[in-house]
Design a protein. Structure first.
Length: 494
């Protein structure tokens, strides 16, 4: 039995995603190279450690919550939980700390370091030979793959590292990391702890390449296991996509903390002349606005998913699928408002695929800052500035959800005939920026937008209608039948 390295043939969209991630990583590393405070670095390390320990253990069945994991790593005892769960949390934290020390000391990734990591993770678990390869046969639950005989484990590990050293320059880091991660799970070198060691091993490799560590979340568990099973059959595409999605979330954590550090300094400078009560009131106002904004965008997502479900049931030749990303955190929301760097701004991607002609179009919904201003008036007449131009006053910026298109792995502008331009909030309502077709503009001018807050379901259905018509030539009479059927089925219009 030998490991057959999969032939990696990625869809164009995934290849483009990997290239974009490399650019974001380069930018993030430039910011880190400028120097970060010791407190910031410690806070960053602590947040990632807690998240990694919680999620990695939870995937393996540990029952601790994220908060309980944090308390245990801060030295507290949780009497309501089994001692084994506490031991696993402390042990994985110790192994992760050791990994950071290996990285700081530029220690190479070798068979010996993997054994040392396993020893730290499993040393207090009864009945486990920690720091040693298995001495018995094992089976992987839910997988048809039978790992190599225990007598061959050592040779398989040697082969993996030899291949890594010969080929590491041939693949992007996320692809190589995914191959090695799958390879290690395929060997299954230990009697227990293989998943936790394999995820640490992946992070060891990525950190060596200048990438942030990734955290495969408990919510990803089914997708993660299915991706490993697909890898057993020679297809690593889903695993590479999963790793790519999670690296974006790690980048977001780095950016948030760096931006938060800068924000605190600028806010303290801005508010040092006012009372602490005023300072807290300003933060509270931003927090309230954020919660309203977040809740309304979740309403938009729910309506969009409902309407997509209705179309899928009526147009078997068109498959519409939706992929969700995390909404901006409060810190990221503030970062965009203050014009700071935020890389991970995708909220949804909606993929339309025509099964007859194998034609695909994807709409990306992403967050962006909207700059606003208004014309100043004096005695009913537009005021003029010192240059004789119409005077305008800047208004507080807003965060809107904008639309972009992707075809053949490349970003393209949306068809100008599509009316929907952005989604946001007005007061406590969902608001849509719709092209005002009554106002004529030439091709080089941006369209005038009309803000619409009533009947959001109708706005969303009209958007889907236009995508189907302009990109897939679905005729209006079919669209009307779809709309009528959906209304009869009780899909919401508002």
């Amino acid at each position: 039995m030998i490991y057959k390295v999969p032939e990696v043939r990625l869809p164009i969209e995934v290849e483009e995603n990997l290239k974009n991630i490399e650019k974001v990583i380069d930018d993030l590393n430039r910011r880190r190279d400028k120097g970060l405070s010791a407190d910031l670095l410690e806070n960053l390390k602590k947040q990632l450690l807690i998240k990694h320990v919680y999620h990695s253990n939870a995937i393996e069945g540990n029952k601790l919550s994220l908060r309980e994991t944090e308390l245990i790593l801060n030295g507290m005892v949780i009497n309501e939980r089994p001692l084994k769960d506490e031991i696993e949390a402390r042990s994985l934290a110790n192994a992760t700390d050791y990994l950071y020390k290996l990285i700081d000391g530029r220690e190479p990734l070798t068979k010996r370091t993997i054994l040392e990591l396993h020893g730290l993770i499993m040393k207090e678990i009864p009945g486990i030979n920690s720091g040693q390869f298995r001495k018995d046969e094992v089976q992987i639950k839910g997988s048809e793959h039978n790992p190599p005989h225990f007598n061959d484990v050592d040779a398989h590990m040697d082969e993996m590292f030899q291949w890594m050293n010969r080929n590491s320059h041939k693949y992007p880091p996320l692809v190589m990391g995914s191959i090695l991660h799958h390879w290690l799970t395929w060997i299954h070198p230990f009697s227990d702890g293989n998943g936790r060691v394999s995820r640490l091993f992946l992070n060891f490799f990525l950190l060596q390449k200048g990438y942030p560590e990734i955290i495969i979340k408990i919510s990803d568990r089914d997708n993660y296991y299915n991706s490993l099973i697909a890898g057993d059959k020679g297809d690593l595409t889903n695993l590479i996509e999963l790793v790519s999605d999670n690296i974006r979330e790690s980048i977001a954590i780095y950016e948030e903390l760096i931006n938060e550090d800068q924000r605190q300094k600028s806010w303290l400078e801005k508010y040092k002349s006012i009372s602490s009560d005023q300072y807290e009131a300003a933060k509270s106002q931003h927090s309230f606005q954020y919660e309203v904004w977040k809740n309304q965008l979740n309403v938009f997502k729910t309506l969009l998913k409902e309407n997509i479900q209705g179309v899928n049931s009526l147009l078997p030749q068109i498959d519409i699928s939706i992929k969700e990303y995390e909404i901006l955190s409060f810190s990221q929301y503030l970062d965009l408002l203050e014009d700071r760097k935020v890389s991970n701004t995708w909220y949804l991607s909606v993929r339309f695929h025509d099964n007859r002609f194998h034609k695909t179009f994807t709409t990306i919904f992403f967050f962006e800052r909207l700059y606003r201003s208004k014309v100043l008036h004096f005695l009913g007449v537009d005021a003029k500035d010192h240059r004789g131009k119409t005077a305008r006053k800047d208004l507080p910026p807003q965060i809107k959800l904008y639309l972009g298109g992707r075809q053949n792995g490349e970003s393209i502008e949306m068809d100008r005939r599509v009316d929907l331009v952005n989604i946001g909030t007005w007061k406590d309502q969902l608001s849509f920026g719709i092209v005002d077709r009554k106002v004529k503009r030439d091709e080089n001018q941006k369209p005038k937008l009309d803000s619409k807050t009533d009947n959001p379901g109708i706005v969303i259905r009209h958007f889907i209608d236009q995508i189907l018509e302009y990109y897939f030539e679905v005729k209006p009479d079919i669209k009307r039948a779809i709309t009528s059927h959906m209304r009869r089925q009780g899909f919401r219009s508002s």
